[in-house]
Design a protein around this ligand. Structure first.
Ligand code: S3P
Length: 169
């Protein structure tokens, strides 16, 4: 089974859908944020605070390179929301497998993300404004980076999974 790479904004459900797939199929999950936290032995928020965002972005590219080296088939790989913004990362993702954009509206994202304390880019200030501003920068990149787009608003993981199965079959 070809690898599946899930991209999308924070709160789009990439990790949760990835886990659902790995719980219900032969696919094994890799989450780039989790991978980086284990490799650096440090939480993402601490990496941002202590080493800066650029360091984290480098770590994301290295994570994709690592995954590509030990790559086999049958992985579902959920990547951090900012990872597709680097062109080299988009090239690496396409080498890995089928890239699927899990899309959600600002309303949905705001609902899912309000009260979040783990994501450095959303702390302080008005969360809706932060989501809107980042989405404006990112949406076109997500769309052009993806082999397929799935709207996730008001859908259960199972529904999203069914759509993913149709895409990769
Ligand atoms: C980020 C998204 C986060 C994490 C980091 C930066 C981003 O991952 O990589 O906080 O730039 O959108 P999730 O998309 O899994 O929340």
């Amino acid at each position: 089974m070809k690898n599946i790479i899930l991209i999308g904004f924070m709160g789009a459900g990439k990790s949760a859908v990835g886990r659902y797939i790995s719980d219900n199929t032969e696919y094994k999950i890799i989450d780039t944020d989790y991978y980086i936290e284990k490799k650096e032995n440090c939480k993402i928020s601490e990496i941002f605070a202590e080493k800066g965002e650029e360091y984290f972005r480098e770590a994301e590219t290295k994570a994709l390179e690592d995954i590509l080296k030990f790559r086999n088939n049958s992985y579902v790989i959920s990547v951090g929301g900012g990872l597709p913004m680097r062109e080299e990362n988009r090239v690496l993702m396409h080498k890995l497998g089928t890239v699927i954009y899990l899309r959600a509206t600002v309303d949905t994202l705001e609902n899912r993300l309000k009260g979040d304390t783990k994501r450095p880019l959303l702390q302080g200030g008005d969360i809706r404004e932060k989501i809107t501003a980042l989405m404006e920068k990112r949406e076109a990149v997500y769309e052009s980076a993806a082999d397929a787009v799935i709207d996730t608003d008001n859908k259960e993981f199972e529904d999203v999974f069914k759509e993913i199965k149709e895409i990769v079959k």
